[in-house]
Structures are given as C-alpha cells and as structure tokens.
Design a protein around this ligand. Structure first.
Ligand code: ZN
Length: 398
C-alpha cells in the first residue's frame, strides 16, 4: 500500500509485513474536555488504519497515550475545584465510553504520562550529556541550534516556526532560554501543579518529551507509523524527532508520519474559546455509530473536515440503506459477481486510505446487491465479500 508521509511529502510505499509486528504510535488526548468531533475524526482514521492492516493479516502494536500532565488539564481542575487526577480519570473514562460507542478498537498500549516519568528522566539526562539540552535553575531546555534539521517537517523559516510555536504554548521571552524557540524538557511548573523528583529538582516534564519516552518504551527506538492531528505538525512532532534521534542514535525515529486534517464546524474553526464544540457522544446518541463513521470517513483523512450537523440525515440514510442491502435474502437465479468493484475498493484503500472512493464503491455495491436480490438472483457470495469489507472499515453489522 501507499501512505502519504508528512515528512517527505510524497506517498511512500508501505509493504505490510506479515513476519513482524507493525508499530503505530498516535498522540492521544489531554483528558479535560473529551471527546469532540475533531478527536473523534482523528482516532477514527487511525482505528481504520489498524483495522485495515490487521485485515491484511498483519499484527499491529498500537500505542496511544493520555497526556495527563498538561497545563490545560491543571487549569481546568483548578477552575472546577477538583484534583487533576479526578478530572483526568473521569475524562479518560468518558473517552473510552465514546470509543466503545464509536466502535473504535482499544489500543494495545494506553499509557498515561504521569505514570511514565521514569522513562523520561534518563532521556533528558542523556540529552544534557550529549550537549543537546541545558539546565538553568531547575529547568531543562532542548537547544534547537544543536539540530540543523529542526522543524524540517513544517517546511517553514525560523520566524514562521517561532510565531506558530508561540500560538501553541511556547514562551519566547523566558529569560532562561538561549533561543526563544528552545523548548522545555523539565520545568518547575506552578506552585500547585503535580511534581516529581528529578536530578534537577522537583518539577514536571514538558509535553514533547512525554511522547518520545512513551513511544520508545512501548514500541522501540524506531517505529513504523506515528500519527496525530495536523496541529501536531509543529511544534510537537518535530520536537519529538529532535529529542528521540540523538538519544537512540537511530534514524529515522519514524518511517511514516501521518496527520489527520483539522475539523471545522459549518466553516468555522471548532474551538473551546468559540464555544462551538460538537461532542462525539451527542452525535452518537442522535445518529448512531455507522452514520457518524460514514460521515467522518466520507472525506479524505488528510483534508480538513467541515462538519455540518445538517449533513447527518444523508449519512443516516446511507448507513441504513447499506445495512438493508447486506441483510437481503438471496435468490437462486444467476449469481451476482462483484469482483471488479471489489478490486477497485481494495485499490482505493491501498492508496493512502482513500475512504471517499471506498465508501462510494461500498454504496454502489449495496445498490447492485439490492437490485440483483430483487431480481431473484443469487447474492450470498457478493454479500459476504461486501460485509467483510464493511466490518473491516469498522461498521457495526447485525
Ligand atoms: Zn505526542
């Protein structure tokens, strides 16, 4: 199959190995306000990838983390007067309930950053020894000047990188930094933030090092596929590369970087500050898992998705028509042969998960089955092939 790599910006051949496990790491949520449609779409895309690889006979080791050490979580817990553990626990439970509702498979590994500090400390220590990081008054920073390829995936100049990092939590005026774009590996944090002991004093890790530590601990020094939402194209994923490769001494850290486009709501950016978040659980309750999945996969995963509640009835109908087609009674007339369309379907999926084409073909095949069954033709084998692919895509069939 081919998968688009965000680093090389081309569709790279990916030969699905059957003699060793495929390793996949996907950056998970900060559990304080889960699970909006943006999360749902990203995790559906990677759920589909896992299902598709397993359908071909591969073993997939899938690690998705929970970023339970992160400023927004601590701020929300303070605002609501609950402990950060309580909030994190409650929101992670909600996420898993939403996954079940959406028929999203559980990852093989589901580590929480707060339980993985012992994997982060040696990485930070090693980066200091190698001269890639420096300590100032109990805080440790990664020195981006020591990595000539820093930020390559974003394809931007320094000023643009800095502006983007600043929008996403970078503190450019921190006087302890040598360069405004240097990023934090260990910090003291706010007085009531959770802290852990370290060689540099009590504090907590920076966000980026969490994923480097968890991905290498669970999946090894080099991984096949690393994914997340497109908002991680910078700074998060380039920071992960910059930290991980010197420590392991192995390049590339990741064979293929995959990013799912962002989700908009009726042409507007969906965000907490605009108050226009749509939650997966509400969409699920109203429309069911098949319609939601069909809709969210109806556009290619790399494109931004403009979610429109007004579009949902169409997908509810599509999903219902499909279920009807794969439960028809077979006749005894001439057998329906869908081989050419099935081959087209398989080719679409192998082409960087072209789900808009694959779903259109699934719909077309359902139509052929219904028509053939109405003519009293034999459709059993065709139904079997189509059901197999629909289950592979994660649809719930009775
Ligand atoms: Zn991450």
């Amino acid at each position: 199959m081919y998968l688009f790599s965000s680093l090389s910006r081309i569709k790279e051949p990916f030969h699905v190995p059957l003699d060793r496990p495929i390793t996949l790491y996907v950056c998970g949520v900060t559990p304080y306000d889960t699970t909006h449609i943006g999360h749902a779409r990203t995790f559906l895309v990677f759920d589909l990838l896992v299902r598709y690889l397993r359908w071909q006979g591969a073993e997939v080791r899938y690690c998705q983390n929970v970023t339970d050490i992160d400023d927004p979580l601590f701020e929300r817990a303070r605002r609501d007067g609950v402990s950060w553990q309580q909030l994190s626990e409650q929101q992670t439970d909600q996420l898993l309930t939403d996954y079940t509702g959406m028929n999203i498979l559980m990852p093989t590994y589901f580590p929480r950053a707060s339980e993985e500090i012992d994997a982060m400390l040696p990485m930070i220590q090693r980066l200091i020894e190698l001269g890639h990081a420096y300590e100032v008054e109990g805080e440790v920073y990664f020195s981006i000047k020591t990595d000539p390829e820093f930020g390559k995936m974003a394809r931007m100049g320094y000023e643009e990188l800095l502006a983007l990092a600043n929008q996403r939590g970078n503190k450019p005026h921190d006087p302890k930094k040598r360069d405004p774009l240097d990023f934090v590996l260990w910090q003291r944090g706010q007085p009531d933030d959770p802290t852990w002991p370290s060689p540099w004093g009590i504090g907590r890790p920076g966000w980026h090092i969490e994923c480097s530590a968890m991905s290498t601990r669970y999946l090894g020094d080099q991984i096949d596929i690393h994914g997340g939402g497109a908002d991680l194209l910078f700074p998060h994923h380039p920071c992960e590369i910059a930290q991980t490769e010197p420590v392991t001494g192995k390049r590339p850290f990741v064979h293929i970087w995959m990013h799912a486009g962002l989700v908009w709501l009726d042409g507007e950016k969906m965000s907490k500050s605009r108050g226009n978040l749509v939650f997966a659980r509400d969409a699920l309750r109203e429309h069911g898992p098949n319609a939601l999945r069909w809709y969210l996969l109806s556009q290619h995963y790399r494109e931004d998705f403009d979610y429109s509640p007004a579009a949902m009835p169409h997908y509810v109908q599509l999903a219902a028509d499909f279920i009807e087609a794969v439960t028809v009674i077979s006749g005894s007339g001439p057998e329906l042969d869908l081989t050419p369309v099935l081959q087209e379907f398989d080719a679409a999926m192998a082409d960087d998960l072209n789900t808009p084409a694959a779903l259109a073909l699934l719909h077309a095949m359902a139509g052929e089955i219904r028509a053939a069954a109405a003519d009293g033709r034999k459709v059993e084998a065709a139904v079997e092939e189509v059901r197999d692919r629909a289950i592979m895509m994660g649809f719930v069939l009775q």
